[in-house]
Design a protein around this ligand. Structure first.
Ligand code: IVH
Length: 688
């Protein structure tokens, strides 16, 4: 990269054209590293600086603006409608096997073999197996390497011109890397990652606006949004799965190689794909991805099998607008219909009252669901859901099951609208809603057994005090039986009290006491997190511990001092301040400390304890022989190191255990030091 201090005006025409071209190439390269590879080479501020330089150049010389310039990702005008686009090559759909058992894969292979007139003893067919993304199909047209048009599928023959919205998707390159072919049309799916979808709905909920039923609807709505400013607020992603019209670009012989080639052009291609042999390979892939489905960051509704050799694809051809060489093999649906039998109220740790749907149990997203969240009363009303309705339940990944809507036609004659109770259903304290707020809260605080139970469970959770064995059933008994009223009571439990509880054998009572004992040796960050202060998650707790070093300093910090902490804004600062201002919270803390909870007071402060690995970045991959991932991370952080999720040039060490995958390969490629557990311990100074 060439740093420059020249202003646009001081460059002559030829130089500014050259510099503009250089900046465009640089910015496109870095956008690819950032959005597609998730592996930036330069800090965001540097990217912004280059971007502004190009903007300034283009402002001075409008003739230098080109369609592949990253400045052209800007948000365009509100449209009256979308222009129709006739597809050069029709966008077809694929046959879907809704039978989710292995039989579908076997039937597909048998069909293909029959069409190809293969003898029974002929070699197995090679297939490319990939995921079926649940989004919206898009055709991206690149002419001479530059994105000139993006269109929806429409009826397959004619789609809609959505170029303006698609341009705002950072993952989609405006220029292909190293190709100048006359035409390359890339086909794939625009989708929303689950976390992006959750965040989007959370934002909608906060603003009291309509939420989206699922990521697919939200993505489709964004792509077909006439106001590109709104489209740009939805962080869309893209995966390619094929091509449309291609002219002047030599295509490989197989589908898998075609996807590799698209990836090399800078197009996002999903890594979860495989080349397999014969029907058993298809069944294995379906099964493996089924096991992985919940852990994927996006929704899939099945997998897709494609005959890998393009020559064989041609021989097989199409039937009724579907290729004979491809099939989609579904998984159990993530949305199902069932009966809403009742609506009850759950009281959370912070007193929030959540309406919960009690459902006729239904198999959805791989498990049986009997309860689902309705979020809040406003959302419930907006969805128009009432007891007795037939509703749609969605369960995807680890996300809590939710009721997303109802089937309009099927409603019993009269059912009153659901109302929030005025008193807490658990402790009868008054229920309040902040002015203009959405959530109803019980005002009982730790007097409310529901809040107390949740507070204890949070305190005991793995990432907080890590008290093994203190689960919800036991907490119910302890709180309902009056054995625990406040957090410090946990540490006053004795073997006799525990053994007297239902189902609690002497052995498990002793185990719990041992867990209680060992939890007392902790870290300041864990302790602060365990207190359950509203808006203080694990990261904020770590930041507070690092910044202040000592509990007393956090306790007495003013809002202004709290605002100096990394990522602490006014809402969080106020919440922390008001927590510590309450006398009973200070008492709880004093009693907890009196029961023997300890940490190294200097642990958090860089200036007080030696941090031999300060500034070093580690990536953990695979399973280590003795340490869990959390333990390894804690050990690294204790000596000032940082643990990151992906390997880049900035990674100092990759710690690899059994079944390490692509991160290890990447470490080797980049020449990064790879450690095993023993070497890590040695480096951290805890080696035996
Ligand atoms: S191939 C001619 N591959 O599923 C074959 N489609 O009916 C063209 N889809 O709306 C499609 N993931 O957008 C293919 N890996 C994948 C896919 C995929 C999702 C969508 C596609 C289309 C529908 C197929």
């Amino acid at each position: 990269m060439t740093p420059t201090t020249a202003t646009p005006a001081s460059l002559d025409a030829a130089t500014s054209a050259a510099r503009a071209a250089e900046l465009r190439a640089l910015l496109n390269h870095h956008a690819h590293r950032y959005y597609v590879l998730d592996d930036p080479e330069i800090p965001d501020a540097e990217y912004d600086r280059l971007f502004r330089e190009l903007q300034a150049l283009e402002a001075a010389r409008p003739d230098l603006v080109s369609p592949d310039s990253p400045t052209q990702r800007v948000i365009g005008k509100v449209l009256a409608g979308f222009a129709p686009v006739r597809h050069a090559v029709a966008m077809l759909s694929i046959r879907t096997e809704t039978d989710t058992t292995a039989g579908s894969a076997l039937a597909f292979d048998a069909r293909v073999r029959r069409e190809l007139e293969l003898a029974d003893d002929a070699a197995p067919i090679e297939y490319a197996a990939e995921l079926k993304f649940d989004g919206l199909a898009i055709n991206l047209r690149y002419e001479h390497g530059v994105l000139v048009q993006a269109a929806t599928r429409g009826d397959g023959e004619t789609g809609e011109d959505v170029t303006q919205n698609i341009r705002t998707i950072g993952q989609i390159p405006l220029r292909l890397l190293g190709v100048d072919a006359e035409v390359v049309e890339v086909r794939g799916e625009v989708y929303l990652r689950r976390t992006d979808f959750e965040a989007l709905n959370e934002r909608q909920r906060e603003h009291g606006e309509k939420t989206f039923v699922n990521p697919r609807n939200a993505a489709a709505g964004a792509v077909r949004q006439l106001d590109p400013a709104i489209a740009a607020q939805r962080p869309l992603s893209f995966f390619a799965y094929g091509v449309g019209e291609v002219r002047g670009w030599p295509q490989p012989d197989t589908h898998s190689a075609l996807l590799d080639a698209l990836q090399a052009l800078g197009i996002p291609v999903c890594a979860d794909r495989a080349v397999v042999q014969g029907p058993q390979g298809l069944v294995d892939f379906h099964c493996a991805m089924g096991g992985k489905r919940d852990a994927l960051p996006f929704d899939i509704d099945g997998v897709v099998y494609k005959v890998n050799a393009l020559a064989l694809q041609q021989r097989l051809g199409f039937v009724s607008r579907e290729p004979r060489w491809a099939v989609a093999h579904k998984y159990p649906a993530q949305e199902e219909v069932t009966l809403l039998q009742d609506i009850t109220i759950q009281v959370g740790r912070t007193g929030k009252l959540t309406p919960v749907a009690r459902l006729q149990p239904v198999f959805v997203g791989g498990t049986t669901v009997a309860n689902a969240t309705l979020h809040n009363v406003f959302e419930l009303r907006r969805k128009g859901v009432r007891i007795g309705d037939t509703v749609i339940v969605r369960r995807a990944g680890d996300v809590i099951p939710e009721v997303v809507g109802r089937i309009a036609a099927e409603r019993p004659a009269y059912v009153p609208n659901f109302r929030m109770p005025r008193e807490c259903p658990v402790c009868a304290s008054r229920v309040l809603r902040e002015k203009g707020g959405i959530d109803h809260r019980c005002t009982g605080g730790l007097f409310c057994p529901a809040q107390r139970k949740q507070a204890i469970l949070h305190f005991a959770s793995r990432r907080a005090m890590d008290i093994d064995g203190l689960g919800d059933k036991l907490v119910d008994q302890l709180v309902d039986g009056g054995l625990i009223r406040t957090l410090p009571d946990i540490y006053a439990l004795d073997a006799g009290q525990l053994a007297a509880l239902d189902r609690m054998a002497e052995k498990s009572a002793h185990k719990l006491l041992a867990a209680l004992h060992s939890s007392k040796r902790t870290t300041l960050a864990r302790f602060v997190y365990a207190l359950g202060i509203r808006h203080v998650g694990e990261t904020t707790a770590k930041d507070l511990a690092r910044h202040f070093g000592m509990l007393e300093r956090i306790l007495d910090a003013s809002e202004a001092q709290l605002l100096e902490v990394n990522d602490v804004g006014p809402v969080v600062a106020r919440s922390i301040r008001s927590f510590f201002e309450q006398e009973h919270n200070r008492e709880v803390i004093a009693q907890l400390r009196a029961s023997g909870i300890k940490w190294d007071e200097t642990e958090g402060t860089a200036d007080q304890s030696p941090k031999p690995l300060a500034g070093k970045t580690f990536v953990l991959t695979g399973t280590l022989p003795a340490l869990t991932r959390d333990q390894a991370q804690a050990m690294i952080e204790a000596v000032g190191g940082k643990v990151s999720g992906s390997v880049s040039k900035k990674t100092d060490y990759v710690v690899a255990g059994a079944e390490a995958g692509s991160k290890l390969t990447k470490a080797h490629e980049l020449g990064i030091a790879v450690l095993d557990e023993q070497e890590l311990r040695a480096l951290l100074g805890t080696g035996q």
